[in-house]
Design a protein. Structure first.
Length: 277
């Protein structure tokens, strides 16, 4: 449901799209009802778009481009920018890097990485967080998280590595049916040619060595082949580009990778947990 409060929280791209949609509609001498009928929406939905009470969905932007875009590509370009508006503020800088990355290497310790989450898992995770979010905000965040996964099929294909603590595979999010679906999805992802998935076993550390005790991290290789590190402790954002610091994190990640189970062993473990063996 559209809310007036959304007008105050809307990002710059969302506000611009609202203005452009009205300008382009009026240029075509269309009423809100007429444009809505052409797009498959109600007049109220077009009004909510133009006032900023309800941000445009990706589907609506595609239709706006086709119907009133006049070949300028304005609404097509806006799709990525509006999506960024929907991300939490601390995540936006990383999101832009992620979509253009040559490679991403992640180590996660609490939940499944967002690039590999099912919609049901993501909804349970986001909806169960604190402080509680509105249903609309949950819908926005889930949709934005699912949209990120287009990266896995982007051309050229990025190389994605994921090292996941075994405890994450045992932590039930939502319910057991959601968790089993999530494990099956992980199995499917692990079989992609551009994905390497490894599990850091629960008993790692019993011999005194565990390189992952300082927590989660993401290493991103950019199109110009520089590397940055991204971390998000307690909803704060840390984006590290200092070469010496990045080098240190890369060495730590390499040690975590070496301590993890092999890709085949990891896949077998996930299959057993999912009941596929």
């Amino acid at each position: 449901m559209a809310k007036a409060a959304n007008k105050e929280s809307a990002g710059g791209a969302t506000r611009l799209v609202s203005h452009l949609a009205k300008v382009f509609r009026e240029r075509e001498r269309l009423t809100q009802k007429e444009l809505g009928a052409m797009l498959g929406y109600s007049a109220a939905a077009i009004s909510a778009l133009e006032t900023g009470a309800q941000p445009a969905s990706d589907e609506m932007l595609i239709k706006l481009e086709a119907v009133i875009g006049d070949g300028l590509g304005v609404f097509e370009v806006a799709r990525e920018l509006v999506l960024l508006d929907k991300y939490p503020s601390q995540f936006k800088d990383y999101a832009m890097l992620e979509q253009r990355a040559v490679s991403i290497s992640s180590y996660v310790t609490l939940v499944i990485d967002g690039l590999f989450q099912t919609e049901a898992y993501a909804r349970a995770l986001i909806g169960g967080g604190y402080p509680p979010l509105s249903d609309q905000r949950i819908d926005e965040l889930v949709a934005a998280r699912m949209a990120r996964q287009a990266l896995l099929d982007r051309a050229p294909l990025p190389h994605i590595e994921l090292v996941i603590e075994e405890s994450v595979l045992h932590r039930v999010v939502g319910n057991r049916a959601i968790m089993r679906e999530q494990l099956l999805h992980l199995i499917s992802c692990a079989r992609r040619r551009n994905v390497t998935l490894q599990v850091l076993a629960l008993d790692k550390g019993r011999c005194g060595e565990h390189a992952g005790l300082y927590g989660e991290m993401k290493l991103v290789e950019t199109p110009d082949h520089t590397r940055v590190v991204y971390m998000e402790p307690q909803e704060e954002s840390l984006l590290i580009s200092h070469p010496a610091k990045v080098s240190g994190y890369c060495r730590r990640y390499a040690k975590i990778l070496a301590q993890a189970l092999s890709p085949d062993e990891s896949l077998g473990l996930i299959e057993r947990l999912a009941g596929e063996e």
